[in-house]
Design a binder for this molecule. Structure first.
Ligand SMILES: [Zn+2]
Length: 184
């Protein structure tokens, strides 16, 4: 009976498949191109590409606004629950941002695993001193912040579509699995 059902339900065969097919590359960026990378001097660098069309600039400005607002909301939420928030230096100078907001301790639903970056703010249960001394983790989370700048309001859905397994999620792969502390 179950074998018959598996034959009739093509999707069901995936249950027995040891390694489901995963998308290993980031989905297309909603704006026509990514923010400036190595030439950036700050998060606003993404708005200053010479030759960008006005619609592209509007798109990026919208993403930047969303990322800033999301980060502000995350900090307000964390601070309301007793967390302290500080700007921590980002040492990967290929990124368009030189500092990342970190709020700790934060044990809310939003800080699953070792913490989560919302917009330009990293919420974590790990003590601030430990986070500050973990440059790899800061760079990993800063790359997530850059993803928020690239994807804007589509970031949560795009990330979720990458799957719950961090080792196969293109956003985690892009941010650096080892830097994020994932043993894949
Ligand atoms: Zn991550």
């Amino acid at each position: 009976m179950s074998a018959l059902l598996l034959c009739l339900m093509p999707g069901a065969s995936a249950v027995s498949s040891p390694t489901p097919h995963v998308q290993l590359e980031l989905p297309p960026v909603p704006c026509q191109s990514a923010p400036a990378g190595q030439n950036g001097t700050g998060i606003f660098a993404s708005l200053h590409d010479i030759g960008s069309s006005s619609s592209q600039l509007r798109c990026r400005a919208g993403h930047l606004t969303f990322a800033l607002r999301t980060g502000n909301d995350a900090r307000a939420s964390a601070q309301a629950q007793g967390a302290r928030c500080e700007q921590v230096p980002v040492t990967d100078d290929t990124l368009v941002m030189s500092q990342l907001w970190v709020c700790s301790p934060y044990d809310g639903l939003l800080s699953a695993r070792g913490g989560t970056t919302y917009g330009l703010t990293f919420l974590t249960p790990t003590p601030l001193d430990d986070v500050r001394s973990n440059r790899n983790l800061i760079n990993h989370e800063a790359r997530h912040a850059v993803q928020w700048l690239r994807y804007g309001a589509t970031m949560p859905l795009a990330y979720a579509r990458g799957g719950s397994d961090p080792c196969a999620n293109p956003f985690e792969i892009d941010a650096g699995l080892l830097d994020g502390g994932y043993q894949c």
